[in-house]
Design a protein around this ligand. Sequence first.
Ligand SMILES: [Zn+2]
Length: 233
Amino acid sequence: MSHEVFDDQTSKAHLEESGGMSAPEQEPEQDAIEEDAYEAIESALASHHHAQILEHLHRRNAGYAAGDVHQGDLSRDTRLKTAKHGQNPYAVIVTCSDSRVPPEHIFHAGIGELFVIRTAGNVVGDFELGSIEYSVDHLKSNLIIVLGHTGCGAVEAALGGGAHGFTKTITDEIRACLPESCGAAEAERLNVLNSMARIRSSELLRELEDQDAIAIVGGIYDLASGEVTFLGE
Ligand SMILES: [Zn+2]
């Protein structure tokens, strides 16, 4: 199956990268980096259908939730390659600024894999939309995940009222998508759906989704278990 090829190529890339870290005194000069290898890594990550990428991230998250250490590629070699050749992140993650929700760790992702946008309550406005359009249009990301989480303070504040200053801008955005009476879990889910609707207000992104060129999906991250439950599961 093609997603297994995806995993094999990804693993191979990580093996090659980790091998490059074993002897720091012999690290290659930036110009000596083998460019063919970089091209293979880039296409293995970025050329897949969004459904395969979602499945890949789902498996990575299962590993994280099971307690596996971070397996993302943070090697010096990849840092140098991406600095020189640019980025090609295969997914956009729109999530909360909450310090307990670290996207690269949750999905065992390394340098150059995820284009991450974070706001309190993972709310989406014009700046966030511009960032998402940039990643999809210019960097060729083809999966957008809006990731809410359990115990979200922004959602709780929206339910409770009393915010002020610019914080109120965020809670007003969340409150407007909730019914009069609503529990925290349902509010977190509705808030993710609201941000997905905001993303679909972009004509560019909506048309690409209609063509199945990209997917826009939602999920809830459980602070305690580390598991991401994708909406619709
Ligand atoms: Zn939050």
